[in-house]
Design a protein around this ligand. Structure first.
Ligand code: CUA
Length: 174
């Protein structure tokens, strides 16, 4: 007969079944997270960098004139954006396909989120921190950057445009 290792902890067989069920579910969900982290490179962003959200316009990086796409020496791009009720600025970002893109986004007011459907680009934008996500976009097209954290009455109108152009066509930068 199957020797249940939980028997030492618990006499009741129905209770042991429920403990097994919850253990199996926990390992299954952990396995799913692990699988997608390894197979699809989907994992939570982990950048910790603080900033004074009330003075973004006075910083060099997040001043209005310095927002947008800039290219780095290694060929990758950095996209600097400000999230504020109710929009992402600049409101139109153009990047080429198959290029490393690092988004650096700061909130000027409250908690926002950003999500680009059908890609692995998603992160929370917590006031006081710089959110950083590095990804690349394999397919060209027009995508929406959507806010996915409730931030006030205009939350559902908070979005901007991400245009991914074919790399061979030489992506314009704005
Ligand atoms: Cu910003 Cu919801």
């Amino acid at each position: 007969m199957f020797h249940d290792p939980l028997r030492a902890l618990c006499e009741d067989s129905l209770e042991r079944k429920w403990i097994w069920l919850s253990l199996i579910m926990a390992f299954l969900m952990g396995g799913v997270l692990g699988f997608y982290a390894l197979a699809s490179n989907i994992h939570p962003p982990s950048n910790v960098e603080t900033i004074d959200s009330s003075r973004l316009h006075l910083t060099e990086e997040f001043a209005e004139d310095n927002l947008g796409v800039s290219s780095n020496d290694d060929g990758s791009l950095t996209v600097t954006m400000v999230a504020a009720r109710y929009g992402f600025y600049p409101q139109r970002i153009v990047v080429p396909t198959d290029t490393r893109v690092t988004f650096r986004i700061a909130s000027a007011d409250v908690l926002h989120g950003v999500h680009v459907p059908n890609t692995n680009m998603t992160t929370m934008i917590v006031p006081g921190y710089v959110s950083e996500v590095t990804t690349s976009f394999p397919t060209s097209g027009e995508f929406s950057l959507l806010c996915n954290e409730y931030c006030g009455l205009g939350h559902d109108a908070m979005w901007s445009r991400l245009v991914v152009t074919e790399k061979s066509a030489g992506g314009e930068t704005s």
